[in-house]
Design a protein around this ligand. Structure first.
Ligand SMILES: [Zn+2]
Length: 468
């Protein structure tokens, strides 16, 4: 990346306010120990921008700290979008509560990392340059002949790493976090590499959605550099997890592979053309001066906004038209939420809240009254969302209920209000505060809405893949 472009990127990062709930994976960050002139600044901030690299503490990156095997697994796992949910692993020295247990297990299952013959992983062992070269070669699918020197050559030939001044690779030297970040950023994005033209855009692909954003990195947190329209041909060079690095005209960047097809002819998409006329309005409750319910230090308004934005991101990848009553931390009157939904011609309205008052579990409301023509559809939508949410979150199923809430009473389209869980109950709060579980809730709301449309006779089978 050119220096000027980097400064623009850095100022963009600095301008992003920290998000209120526990969302460290996505929060934009500046590290007090990585100034703009640090030799690895652009690579570290590039990885941090996509949530791939995180600080060693709340304020510091720890660029000179040695990289451990657990940290390396986490960085590579996040880059490749592996399942990072903490869980039981096949290694006796990596417990399920360990911060990188999910990434270590996922990377082991994919053959990117391996442990030792005594079923240990040595998570706190420091990584050498040679091990780094092997990990990156495996993660990115480089041919390296299963040798350290082969892996070193795979990185050198791509402009990812250099040899030492004495001609060796320094394979047995321990690697620090700054250097590991530099190598990983170069592997992900050729714009960071030491040599130009190290990738070949050789695979023809065609765009399989209306419009596809091209991003600077391999996940949705990265800014878009352009967009490609349905049926356009692009050229793909390689993949980082599920994301392809593509070229289209003068644009180079990442797109999610599920929106590419490998033939010029469109396959039957499995999506009803009427779906493109359906307007879904998402309504994160509260906002601004109204924080909603609180519990264990977090606010309902932040939890439901983040969940709503995640649902919005899912619908954005489909032909649905999706709108939000608020997409920032601002106060919106209930009547304005309703008039907004009506003004944009909403076909379905989904309000998202968190409960309080000492209970536990998930519940979804619709409004039942004889004068309301949408009772049956509202109840159907509520039922579909509730079923998906209970399956995803596995909290108590408090059921689908009739509720006299303004936004579902006054609206004139099928309308529901989801209470994800109780913010003042520890077990529920643990999910509400977790980025992973808010993602799971967002998927549940999205899938429940698809289930509703399917039950109403729309062909939506082609849209279930969006959550994969
Ligand atoms: Zn609420």
């Amino acid at each position: 990346m050119k220096k000027r472009a980097f400064l623009v990127l850095l100022s963009f990062l600095l301008a992003i306010p920290l998000f209120g709930v526990n969302n460290t994976a996505k929060a934009a960050t500046t590290f007090t120990d990585v100034g703009a002139s640090h030799r690895a600044a652009k690579e570290i901030y590039y990885l941090a921008q996509g949530g791939i690299a995180q600080g060693a503490s709340a304020t510091e990156f720890g660029p000179n700290k040695r990289m451990t095997r657990a940290e390396a697994a986490a960085l590579i796992g996040r880059a490749l979008q592996l399942n990072g949910t903490k869980r039981v692993t096949s290694f006796k020295d990596v417990g399920s509560g360990m911060f990188a247990s999910g990434y270590i297990q996922s990377a082991a299952e994919k053959g990117i990392l391996s442990g030792y013959s005594d079923k240990t992983f040595h998570p706190y062992q420091e990584v050498t340059r040679g091990e780094m070269a092997v990990m990156i070669s495996k993660a990115f699918g480089y041919e390296y002949g299963n040798t350290l020197s082969g892996a070193a050559n795979a990185l050198k030939s791509r402009g990812i790493a250099q040899g030492k001044t004495d001609g060796s690779f320094g394979a047995s030297e321990r690697i620090i976090r700054a250097d590991f970040s530099v190598f990983l950023a170069r592997a992900i994005n050729p714009k960071f590499r030491l040599v130009e033209n190290t990738v070949t855009f050789k695979d023809a692909r065609w765009i399989n959605v209306d419009s596809l954003n091209v991003r600077t990195g391999p996940n949705d947190a990265y800014p878009k550099v352009g967009a490609v329209k349905q049926d356009q041909q692009v050229k793909s060079a390689y993949k980082v997890g599920a994301w392809n690095y593509i070229q289209y005209g003068s644009i180079e960047g990442f797109v999610h592979g599920s929106y590419l097809r490998d033939t010029a002819e469109a396959k039957p998409a499995g999506v009803d053309p009427r779906i493109a006329k359906q307007v879904v309005v998402l309504d994160p409750g509260h906002g601004g001066r109204d924080s909603g319910a609180t519990g264990f230090g977090i606010y309902e308004k932040n939890v439901v906004l983040d969940t709503g934005l995640k649902v919005n991101n899912l619908f954005k990848q489909t032909p649905f038209q999706v709108k939000m009553t608020r997409s920032t931390d601002k106060f919106v009157e209930l009547r304005d939420r309703v008039s907004y939904a009506k003004s944009v011609g909403a076909n379905t309205f989904i309000s998202i809240h968190a409960n309080a008052g000492g209970g536990t579990g998930s519940e979804t409301y619709y409004y039942s009254a004889y004068k309301n023509p949408n009772v049956a559809d509202s109840k159907l939508l509520a039922t579909k969302i509730q079923n998906r949410l209970v399956a995803a979150w596995n909290l108590a199923d408090r059921g689908v209920k009739n509720g006299n809430f303004h936004v579902i009473r006054e609206n004139t389209m099928p309308a529901v209000l989801v209470e994800l869980g109780f913010i003042d109950r520890k077990a529920d709060n643990d999910k509400l505060r977790s980025d992973y579980w808010r993602n799971a809730a967002a998927k549940a709301i999205y899938l429940g809405t698809l289930d509703y449309y399917k039950a109403k006779g729309y062909e939506v089978d082609g849209l279930y893949d969006v959550v994969k």
